[in-house]
Design a protein around this ligand. Structure first.
Ligand SMILES: O=C(O)C1=C[C@@H](OP(=O)(O)O)[C@@H](O)[C@H](O)C1
Ligand SMILES: C=C(OP(=O)(O)O)C(=O)O
Length: 432
């Protein structure tokens, strides 16, 4: 993969694309397959670096897993069949893998150490240690970060009021609660993506979500049974092409088999509110809603996004900033301080990068303000991913709209969630 790319302006994107499998569901499919009895087959698995970190870690925990392209076969070991790894598990760049495995390993009868790359080693882990400790877990952090030493213990069912709106922390608690001595209740701050709950039901677990969409009850010691499932396309990956088609004149793209779980599609609602031209054809997939998105170029209006909307659009907020940079007024995004603890501080990095294009964007502690009325300029220095896949892809889409060729450095960051991003972009750029 090329480190530095030159991106040419385009006259429009056209054609149909099936985006790769969902990252969140790929992680969870591997983990639930590993702790089930019998074989699990995942079709349309995402073979990106983050999910491969989970796959390798589970192999090191004694789970036989074979992958051929996007098909993965897992020979489940059951909830009590994992074995102590020979060495520390390297979680690479993957926050989701780290937090979910912390919850699972907290209840296993052995010691594990989790380590990660420079970015992951800066990300907050106290948010997972503290509620797991309340269940009797023993997790030792290094100044609140990785490396994390997990000494497996018998866990006790508990009632946790979550302090942060995080599907990763919720999922860690669910995986721990499966191994506890009595039922557990988790109360979310705001509803977050519910893929763990849905998949757990599919594998035979007993988990209830109350009508408030925030209170979850987990029944322990289930006998999970391996499944065969097709993972929907990743809405977060589709969002890059939804944005490109919206901001580049003459564009018209169709994105097929995209996951449309409403805990993930905040970006779609925001785009429609801004005047985006999107039609949605919804179907029901295996446990997750899927559908086709048909997106055309549109002139956008500004938008206000506040805290209650953030969890359903958290990973797409750099793209909301980009949309807002083309709108005919001032947009405000608030309640999004979580962006500061992702692969990079995404408030700082998106502000730095969009300012290179002459965009009027100002950082706030919990978001940003963007005036889209200023015309863009050709950047005088290269655009950069800062090693963050979502910032890299957002800036690659931005580069298509500027007047001349634009350099993008550290473009290989896309491997974390979308290794074929540049090939897929080139395909839509060639079709007429
Ligand atoms: O559970 C998941 O799969 C994810 C949850 C979100 O993180 P938080 O739980 O930290 O909000 C999201 O940003 C991440 O890309 C994937
Ligand atoms: C934040 C992300 O992932 P993770 O937390 O799993 O590293 C992401 O994919 O944007």
């Amino acid at each position: 993969m090329i480190k530095e790319l030159s991106i040419q302006p385009t006259c429009g994107l056209h054609g149909e694309l099936s985006v790769p499998g969902d990252k969140s569901i790929s992680h969870r499919g591997l983990i639930l397959g590993a702790i089930s009895q019998g074989t699990t087959t995942l079709h349309h698995f995402l073979p990106a670096a983050d999910c491969l970190s989970t796959l390798t870690a589970l192999q090191q925990l004694g789970v036989p897993i074979e992958r051929t392209g996007t098909t993965v076969m897992i020979r489940g070991r059951g909830l009590r069949g994992l074995t102590q790894p020979q060495q520390a598990l390297d979680m690479g760049n993957a926050g989701t893998a780290t937090r979910l495995l912390a919850g699972l390993l907290a209840g296993q009868p052995f010691e594990t150490t989790l380590v990660g790359d420079a970015s992951l080693s800066q990300r907050p882990m106290e948010r997972v240690r503290q509620p797991l400790q309340a269940m009797g877990a023993q997790l030792q952090l290094t100044g609140g970060h990785l490396p994390m030493l997990i000494t497996g213990r018998t866990l006790h069912g508990s009632c946790t009021e979550m302090q942060v709106a995080s599907a990763q922390v919720k999922s860690a608690l669910i995986l721990a609660a499966l191994q506890a001595d009595r039922p557990s209740t988790i109360v979310e701050k705001l509803p977050t993506r519910d893929h763990t709950e849905r998949l757990l039901r599919l594998f035979g677990g007993q988990i209830e979500t109350a009508a408030d969409h925030r209170t979850i009850t987990v029944h322990p010691q289930p006998n999970l049974i391996g499944q065969s499932l097709t993972i929907p396309g990743d809405f977060s990956s589709a969002a890059f092409f939804m944005t490109a088609a919206t901001i580049i004149p003459n564009s018209h793209v169709r994105l097929t088999h995209v996951g449309l779980n409403s805990t993930r599609t905040g970006f779609l609602s925001i785009l429609q509110r801004m005047g985006g031209r999107v039609t949605v054809d919804r179907k029901l997939g295996a446990g997750e809603p899927v559908g086709t998105l048909d997106v055309r170029f549109a002139q956008l209006h500004p938008v206000q996004v506040t805290a209650s909307e953030i969890p359903a659009v958290i990973d797409e907020l750099p793209l909301v900033a980009l949309l807002a940079a083309t709108a005919d007024g001032i947009s405000t995004i608030s309640g999004a301080a979580e962006l500061r603890v992702k692969e990079t501080d995404r408030i700082a990095t998106i502000v730095t990068e969009l300012q290179k294009l002459g965009v009027q964007i100002t950082a706030r502690p919990d978001g940003f303000v963007i005036d889209g009325r200023q015309s863009w300029q050709q950047p005088t220095e290269p655009l950069a991913s800062h090693g963050d896949h979502r910032i890299g892809m957002t800036m690659a889409i931005s580069a298509l709209r500027v007047g001349g060729p634009t350099e993008l450095v550290d473009a290989e960051a896309v491997n974390i969630s979308y290794p074929t991003f540049f090939e897929d972009l080139a395909r839509l750029n060639q079709e007429v």
